[in-house]
Design a binder for this molecule. Structure first.
Ligand code: GBH
Length: 479
């Protein structure tokens, strides 16, 4: 009787695993070590115009400390780890010879992830384009980025495809395009007047993603390519019906953001409701009012079916009254608080994705930059009640989505493992781990785990979900 009970309880447990994420420019440092060439962020923050800004020359020095950092994973029973490869660390001159030292670095990182019992999620591109690609053809402002990226992807597939199964091609295409190539607020700093430039750049990035995935699926790399899974992490703020947005406005905005990202990669093109949603709301400064470009028939064939799961980044919900926010707004405060904390938005967005695409969902980023952590004394940072409250509500929303809504949310990658360089600032602290003296020259950069991180680990231990992921292909077969 007991055995049967145990077996059936096990059979009922949902498939889910969790871990942490980070990105190369934000965490590695070692900007000119090991044969790494400058990327557009090195160039940007070293330029005269930004000489007084913070930069990520050192940041959390993960390049030298990754082995120790990754040891944290098994102590928390965390089994996923997302990192990005810095293109200019592994290839010379944009598309020139591979840099063997850089290739070996990420190979060692992947081995350490696997040795610590975790599954690597490899982000191919998290915005730190080789400066050489920008100098040669303006990077993502030119279709030449597609063939250049395919050469880069070939290097990654050959080097890591035996141990990496989960690939994220381009992180947040809209953020990269808008901030880097239209508004010029981040590197490489190109300014173009119209949001149309962002829309065109996103379409180019979708074609790039599709070309890389098709290359993987039709190519012959190392015998493991049939096992690889691909995602395209989206940045979509959820819009909530309420006093600010009517139901139809909120629905249109969600369609025009979430559908814009994933319709082409699932269906081969935008469905009509996405195009209608773009046209309907001319007051929105961003996506609305400007139609997305038409894809050619040839493009549509390549685009369709190029994501194996929905890679969902979630931080914030727009249109809720301040009184509905579960904890104080995070990130960007006090100047421009952009993170409105509302866990129900996560659950609603995940439902939206599943209803539309019927695919597994992996939460590729969820996190909180408590607005006060830059100024509080250490013990209050480590025990921050707002961070704890954030995780309580968001873990509840995730498990409700899994257990009540029956959504196939298969993974959570907490953004981020450590406090790091938040694209211009060190005072927006998303980390599960505090870094002593981050941003201060010569600081110890000692790691201290925040207490809310132990809460997360205990929460998932209690859930006893089944881990659906299988470590590197050499390690344990396939799922
Ligand atoms: C992600 O971007 C990135 O993938 C990651 O690198 C980053 O560290 C993390 O999230 C936290 O920000 O200043 O009011 O104009 C999140 C999407 C979109 C969030 C732009 C900040 C700026 C809002 N980002 N947004 S505002």
């Amino acid at each position: 009787g007991v055995l049967i009970l145990l077996l059936s309880a096990n059979a009922l447990a949902a498939d889910f695993a969790w871990g942490f994420g980070g990105s190369s420019y934000q965490t590695e440092g070692a900007w000119n070590v090991g044969g790494k060439e400058p990327n557009v962020y090195d160039q940007w923050y070293h330029s005269a115009a930004h000489a007084s800004d913070a930069n990520a020359d050192v940041t959390v020095d993960q390049y030298h400390r990754y082995k120790d950092d990754l040891k944290l994973l098994p102590t928390l029973d965390a089994t996923l780890y997302r990192f990005s490869v810095s293109w200019s660390r592994v290839m010379h001159n944009c598309t020139g010879m591979p840099n063997e030292e850089g290739i070996a670095f990420y190979g060692s990182m992947i081995d350490e992830i696997i040795n610590n019992g975790a599954v690597p999620f490899l982000t191919m591109f998290h915005w730190d384009l080789p400066q050489a690609c920008y100098d040669q053809f303006q990077g993502f402002n030119n279709d030449k980025i597609i063939s250049a990226f395919m050469q880069y992807a070939t290097v990654l597939f050959n080097a890591y495809g035996d141990r990496v199964k989960y690939w994220l091609t381009v992180n947040e295409a809209e953020s990269n395009c808008k901030f880097g190539y239209q508004q010029g607020r981040l590197a490489p700093g190109l300014v173009q007047a119209s949001y149309q430039a962002t829309i065109d750049c996103v379409a180019r990035t979708q074609k790039l993603h599709a070309a890389v995935v098709k290359m993987a699926r039709t190519g012959n790399f190392n015998g493991y390519e049939k096992l690889w899974k691909f995602g395209f992490p989206s940045n979509v703020d959820w819009y909530e019906t309420g006093s600010v947005y009517s139901a139809s406005v909120a629905a249109n905005r969600n369609l025009a953001r979430a559908g814009w990202y994933h319709d082409p990669l699932v269906f081969g093109d935008y469905k009509q409701d996405v195009i209608d949603a773009f046209l309907v709301e001319p007051d929105n400064a961003d996506a609305m009012g400007t139609p997305p470009p038409a894809f050619s028939d040839a493009d549509k064939l390549v685009l369709a079916g190029t994501v194996d799961f929905i890679a969902m980044n979630y931080y914030s919900t727009s249109g809720i009254p301040v009184s509905a926010e579960e904890v104080p707004s995070g990130a960007g405060c006090p100047l421009l608080c952009w993170q409105h904390v509302y866990s129900k938005g996560l659950r609603e967005m995940a439902n939206w994705y599943y209803n539309r695409y019927n695919l597994d969902i992996i939460l590729t980023e969820v996190g909180y930059a408590a607005p006060d952590e830059a100024t509080l004394p250490l013990d209050q940072v480590i025990n921050n009640p707002n961070r704890l409250a954030f995780w309580k509500t968001h873990l509840q929303a995730i498990s409700d989505a899994i257990e009540i809504d029956k959504l196939p949310i298969k993974g959570l990658l907490i953004w981020s493992l450590t406090d790091n360089f938040e694209w211009g600032y060190y005072d927006q602290k998303f980390g599960a781990v505090y870094i002593e003296g981050l941003g201060v020259a010569g600081a110890s950069l000692n790691r201290i785990v925040k207490n809310s991180t132990y809460f997360v680990a205990d929460y998932f231990r209690g859930k006893k979900y089944n881990n659906p992921f299988v470590a590197g292909n050499k390690q344990g077969g396939v799922n």
